[in-house]
Design a protein around this ligand. Structure first.
Ligand code: RUG
Length: 832
């Protein structure tokens, strides 16, 4: 008899009584039989528990759909190529307020909730901050009862799993659907045709029509997203690509031509196979564009369907009503094709004229920019676009033409600027469509994601447009959900916060955290705070031991940098700092070392598979760690650990246990950053530059509670110029650190190309474009201030408390409330 058999099965969903819940889990173990009925291990326990939780979710999700249907509010649709959802179980029961009941229920089977929750695979349908932001936004939309949904793609394989081998990072397909995802609901009733290639025809009624080519189907999978302490549960609708039976050539198959018989099926599989397929080849570029169009077309057809479904008497004459019922937010330029697709659907399918379709489109779509890095601003070859989406290319050409005419006729003074503002770049060598320009021209609002970033958009990247549309540009400083990023991932600290604030309302009103300020010197709070931190540090130390085999000391200063590996984020500066520290430790006498603040430097993050320098950085951190951690002279004072396979669940262990975190990008290059907010919320002090949201975090937590260093954004261009002119004189400490690596102190791997990128005078990727050399001395000095501050435990804990206390602004509830009011024009629609 299995453990599940010991509890009487009961189908009744949505109970909050532990015995009834246990019965429901047992029911799922037996009647949703994914596994042998003879076994009920932790994995089976997870799936049965998740299915039981899903019963709770489905009820709310259905009620919410019906309520939105009945009340017909204006609704936001968030289009994003990325969602970094992570695990869902702990979050779902936490938001539903049934964690205790589920913990008790699971005990009846002899398991602990944490162990069962740990069985879940991360849903990593995203790459980094942009995807995690989208997931935090969904949590806030549901919590604020906003009528809003997310749309994305159901990638078969998530962001790759990172393994550290002798040669450095290896990428392995992340099989998050290996068994199945208990959270998704396949919607066989929601399918839309998606065309690729083909040609444009003139229909008998004179309308232009896209025809021919190949047609696949988009099939919806819904993931219910529960709000915190509300009956609302919204949808994350993920599209999968399918071909139909009609596309299967039975004749060819019976003739032994198996591959050509199922050609369209295999092409359908490619579309949602992976996030960001390599785009070095023409095939790769085409596939990415297909993915983007697939998301946009399926979502817009669905949005239009719902617009009609909510009021079936809506006739084509009423399209002017559309923007009062629908807001579409494009998360970066990846869903830009929503613009020509909406135009196409309105004109070619619904019969609107250009002006009316343009007016509706403009009032409906808005664009969030997440980067000013030139290489990340998407540009698609006009030839590829014309081949894959001929009708869209026509529409884009018309948008470009009309924009040009508008500027020429109304703004003579801008004529000289027009070429760089146009949607099309007709450079004969490489004609492209500039997606960001298309978003700015077509959208009603453009926003950046932190004050500094939004100012750079207005003053530099989009400055020319600002003079045409001064009201189009806004700032919406990013945020993070306090549920996942404090309440659920750091229960020890959460309890203390609730105890001292005498309320747990901070979970949905994060500004209440300022109430901690008045206790910042209280010794009792200090003792509790330190104990909670130590508990999290021990949990983190265990994780490090489990995944790397390295033992770290929970009494050392835990210094963490976790984010995608990129040269602008300057993990290289961090590791050069660690190398310098190691060299100085080696030069010290035993007595001198005793005065040193012991430190554990942890770095985690994935390097894009084809980004060679980023991969070299990963290798370097590992190589430095291998030497330092095994050096008995100094490893009491310094350890360097690379945390493999950084993802959302790993972050949930690392962030609570952090004391210092590094956000050290070249000023002006990190649009916002969001892990900085998570760290600060968890009482971790930041060492950072005045970049992205660091600027605002420092304002909120107080400048004494933030270790600042480095050049400011407005100095960067000048510094690069100086460098080009050969005026830069490197600090001897910077030279010493590089030289130590070049000497072979960390093994035989050839780091010359990586170190050479920090030398010379000019050029992207050479000539130290990211100014590591310029900022290194002030970085080392800021780190020395950290060492001193950490010696004063009282001072450090006070800084930690004041970081948490100053984090209220960075709740994604605040961000989403601002989007709702200032961009989307939507209001709460709570299920009664
Ligand atoms: O790099 C940015 C981060 O600074 C930002 O916090 C995050 C969310 O706004 O978006 C990141 N980002 C930018 N991810 N992808 C891009 C460019 O496509």
């Amino acid at each position: 008899m299995s453990a599940a058999d010991k509890v009487k099965p009961a189908a009744s969903p949505a109970s909050e009584d532990p015995s009834a819940i246990a019965g429901n889990i047992s029911y799922h173990a037996q009647y949703s039989p994914h596994f042998s009925p003879l076994a009920f291990g932790p994995e089976q326990a997870f799936y049965a528990t998740a299915e039981s939780v899903r019963d709770h979710l489905l009820q709310r999700w259905n009620d919410t759909y019906l309520h939105f249907h009945k009340t017909d509010p204006k609704q936001t649709y968030y289009l994003s190529m990325e969602y970094l959802q992570g695990r869902a179980l702990t979050n779902a029961i936490g938001n539903l307020g049934i964690t205790g009941a589920y913990a008790d229920a699971i005990k009846k089977f002899g398991y602990e909730l944490e162990a069962v929750a740990g069985q879940e695979r991360d849903a990593a349908l995203g790459n980094g901050g942009l995807g995690r932001l989208a997931s935090c936004f969904l949590d806030s939309m549901a919590t604020l009862n906003l009528p809003s949904w997310g749309y994305g793609l159901r990638y078969r394989y998530g962001l790759f799993k990172q393994r550290i081998a002798k040669e450095g990072q290896e990428e392995i397909a992340e099989d998050w659907l290996d068994k199945f995802s208990p959270w998704e609901i396949v919607r066989h009733d929601i399918v839309y045709p998606i065309r690729f290639f083909g040609h444009v025809e003139i229909a008998p009624d004179g309308r232009r029509k896209w025809a021919g080519g190949e047609v696949l189907s988009a099939l919806a999978y819904d993931v219910p997203i529960p709000g915190y302490k509300t009956k609302n549960a919204i949808s994350l609708r993920l599209w999968d690509a399918k071909a139909t039976a009609a596309d299967f050539n039975l004749f060819q198959f019976n003739d032994g031509q198996y591959e050509s018989a199922a050609q369209l099926h295999s092409r359908a599989q490619q579309i949602c196979a992976v996030l960001y397929p390599g785009d070095a080849t023409e095939e790769g570029k085409l596939l990415r564009l297909k993915q983007q169009y697939f998301l946009c077309s399926a979502s817009l057809q669905d949005i239009i369907f719902r617009f009609k479904e909510r009021k079936p008497d809506r006739v084509s004459g009423k399209w002017s009503e559309f923007p009062s019922k629908v807001a579409v937010q494009m998360n970066d330029t990846h869903p830009t094709l929503a613009i020509p697709e909406l135009m196409r659907l309105l004109m070619d399918e619904e019969g609107l004229g250009w002006d009316e379709a343009w007016d509706v489109t403009n009032k409906t779509v808005a664009y969030t920019n997440h980067t000013v890095l030139p290489e990340a601003l998407e540009k698609w070859s006009q030839a590829v676009m014309r081949k894959l989406l001929p009708r869209h290319m026509e529409i884009i050409e018309e948008i470009d033409k009309r924009f040009r005419e508008m500027v020429i006729s109304t703004r003579k003074d801008m004529e000289g600027k027009i070429e760089s503002m146009r949607v099309l770049d007709n450079n004969p060598e490489k004609p492209v469509v500039r997606m960001a320009n298309l978003c700015v021209v077509a959208g009603h609002t453009v926003n950046g994601v932190a004050e500094l970033h939004s100012n750079i958009l207005k003053e530099e990247l989009f400055a020319d447009y600002l003079s045409i549309w001064p009201k189009k540009f806004q700032n919406k400083t990013n945020g993070i959900t306090p549920r996942r990023w404090l309440r659920f991932c750091n229960p020890e600290l959460s309890e203390i916060v609730t105890k001292w604030l005498k309320t747990d309302q901070w979970t949905s009103n994060l500004d209440l955290l300022t109430g901690l300020r008045k206790f910042a010197d209280d010794e009792k709070l200090h003792a509790e705070w330190a104990a909670a931190k130590l508990a999290s540090k021990k949990r983190l130390a265990k994780h490090v031991l489990d995944v790397t085999g390295v033992t770290i000391d929970p009494n050392s200063l835990f210094d963490i940098q976790i984010k995608r590996i990129h040269e602008y984020k300057r993990q290289l500066m961090n590791i050069l700092g660690a190398v310098y520290r190691y060299k100085k430790l080696k030069e010290m006498s035993a007595e001198e070392r005793q005065k040193v603040t012991p430190r554990t430097v942890m770095v985690g993050g994935k390097a894009f598979a084809t980004y060679t320098n980023a991969k070299r950085i990963v290798k370097l951190v590992n190589d430095v760690g291998a030497v330092v951690n095994n050096d008995a002279d100094v490893n009491k004072y310094l350890k360097v650990v690379f945390i493999p396979n950084y993802n959302v669940s790993v972050a949930e262990v690392l962030i609570p246990g952090s004391e210092l975190s590094q956000h050290i990008s070249t000023a002006g290059m990190e649009a916002s950053g969001t892990s900085n907010m998570k760290f600060s919320l968890n009482g971790c002090v930041i060492i950072g530059t005045l970049d992205g949201a660091n600027v605002e975090i420092r304002e909120e937590v107080g400048q004494d509670n933030f270790f600042l260093f480095g050049a400011k954004a407005d100095q960067i261009a000048g510094l690069r110029k100086e460098r080009e002119n050969g005026l830069f004189k490197p600090d001897p400490r910077f030279e010493e650190a590089k030289q130590f690596i070049r000497s072979g102190a960390f093994g035989t791997y050839d780091y010359t190309p990586l170190l050479d990128s920090l030398e010379g005078n000019t050029g992207f990727g050479r000539g130290d474009y990211f100014l590591v050399g310029y900022d290194f001395p002030s970085y080392i000095e800021a780190q020395a201030r950290v060492d001193e501050a950490y010696k004063d435990k009282k001072k450090w804990i006070k800084m930690s408390i004041l970081n948490t206390a100053g984090s209220g602004k960075f709740s994604s509830d605040r961000t989403i409330d601002q989007y709702a009011k200032e961009i989307w024009g939507i209001s709460a629609c709570p299920v009664p």
